[in-house]
Design a binder for this molecule. Structure first.
Ligand SMILES: C[S@@+](CC[C@H](N)C(=O)[O-])C[C@H]1O[C@@H](n2cnc3c(N)ncnc32)[C@H](O)[C@@H]1O
Length: 377
């Protein structure tokens, strides 16, 4: 009888919440034991086996030397200890998403909010060194929020030439009763030589729905009539409102507290690097810069203090062997938010025309066939 009530309760619970996946391990300080996930939650997880295997890929202060090839590597260590092992003028593109001047817990390592002067001092400990790693014709992007942006600008002006500042309307953010919700970030764009840097605007065009379809002589003016609506292909501005932060139903999502989305980094990488170039991220987090670089045919290297984040990055890199899709970027253009169904329809139609498998197919699970992947590559 007890069993009957138990199964009835389980069925009822499944009906209400969907199937729940339960994590069953304690890992590097995170209590995964009590973490349950909704059935359609695609947040990346690691099995014990994956941890063992992926750990072997990491470079650390113990196994890195002056002549170690750091191309396509994730380096687990403190930026200050690792930078001396990175050759100068090694990167074509550097993307930096440092701890902002906020109190934030990165898997047990707390970064504490401080005065602007002290944050300037913090930047001075690593930023000039990082700039040395940039090629003479290289580009650098530096992310921040309103609070640390003046410090970032000061640090940039000392080392490089600022070309522009992108405002990213990131949508999600915590509301406060006595303040405006913090819903935007800055991404500074700077170069070593303003007369010699690479920028491919054609690679980052956007596909937008046409609200007012203007016609001349009955013909669309700068837009196209398609089966799924009217669209215009436009050049991007420095205001980005088409990118949300990764969330739990997206396959790229991890438990990293400040993960950037692949779509955002895809724009930076496509505009400011070529196939085969090297993308370097000294605060790699969950690996977004390396993963997107790999998906887009670039080389990469990243430094990250936290081992678990490095392992998430490695798993994402392994998954990128088999799935190169970037949510929000397909068919050579960036799509607006909430257009996944339209993107699928457009790409599938093309694939059917070419008699191919749909290119924009998404992985249905984040489980990784690790044993089929050659990590030596
Ligand atoms: C803002 S997050 C980067 C998130 C990343 N862009 C992503 O998409 O996941 C900053 C990262 O810097 C790492 N970090 C902080 N201090 C560091 C240090 N001294 N050396 C290396 N990494 C550090 C933190 O652990 C954190 O993951």
């Amino acid at each position: 009888m007890r069993r009957f009530f138990y199964f009835r309760a389980v069925v009822k619970r499944k009906r209400m919440f969907g199937t729940q996946k339960k994590e069953n391990k304690q890992f590097l300080g995170v209590d995964m034991e009590n973490k349950t996930r909704a059935g359609n939650n695609r947040t990346l997880t690691l099995t014990d086996n994956e941890v063992k295997l992926l750990r072997q890929n990491l470079l650390t202060i113990e196994n890195i030397f002056q002549n170690t090839d750091i191309t396509n590597k994730t380096i687990n260590g403190d930026i200050l200890a690792i930078l001396p092992f990175i050759p100068n003028e090694f990167a074509d593109l550097i993307i930096i998403d440092p701890p902002y001047n906020l109190s934030k817990n990165f898997n047990g390592v707390k970064f504490n909010s401080r005065s602007n002067e002290l944050y300037d001092e913090y930047l001075a400990t690593w930023f000039p060194e990082v700039c040395k790693k940039l090629k003479p014709n290289g580009s650098l992007y530096l992310c921040g929020d309103w609070k640390c942006t003046s410090s970032l600008q000061r640090a940039l002006e000392r080392e490089l030439t600022i070309i522009n500042r992108i405002t990213w309307q990131r949508e999600k953010g915590r509301g406060a009763k006595s303040n405006w919700k913090n819903a935007m970030e800055d991404i500074w764009f700077a170069v070593k030589n303003p007369n010699d840097y690479f920028f491919d605007v054609e690679a980052v065009k956007m596909k937008r729905k046409v609200i007012a379809p203007y016609k001349i002589d009955g013909k669309p003016k700068d837009w196209e009539e398609e089966e799924n609506g009217n669209f215009r292909i436009t050049y991007p501005s420095n205001f980005w409102d088409d990118i949300s932060v990764p969330f739990w139903s997206m396959p790229e999502n991890t438990d990293h507290p400040t993960q950037k989305s692949e779509k955002l980094y895809a724009k930076l990488i496509l505009a400011s690097s070529k196939q085969g170039d090297v993308v370097f991220d000294p605060f790699l987090g969950s690996g977004t810069a390396s993963v997107v670089a790999k998906k887009l045919g670039r080389n990469y290297c990243g430094i990250e203090l936290n081992e678990e984040y490095c392992l998430w990055a490695e798993k994402r890199l392994a998954l990128a062997e088999v799935d190169k899709t970037i949510q929000g970027y397909s068919d050579g253009v960036f799509w607006e938010r909430n257009t996944l169904a339209l993107q699928h329809r457009a790409v599938n139609k093309k694939a059917v025309n070419k008699n191919k498998t749909p290119a924009n197919r998404e992985a249905t699970s984040t489980e990784l066939p690790l044993f089929n992947i050659n990590f030596e590559k």
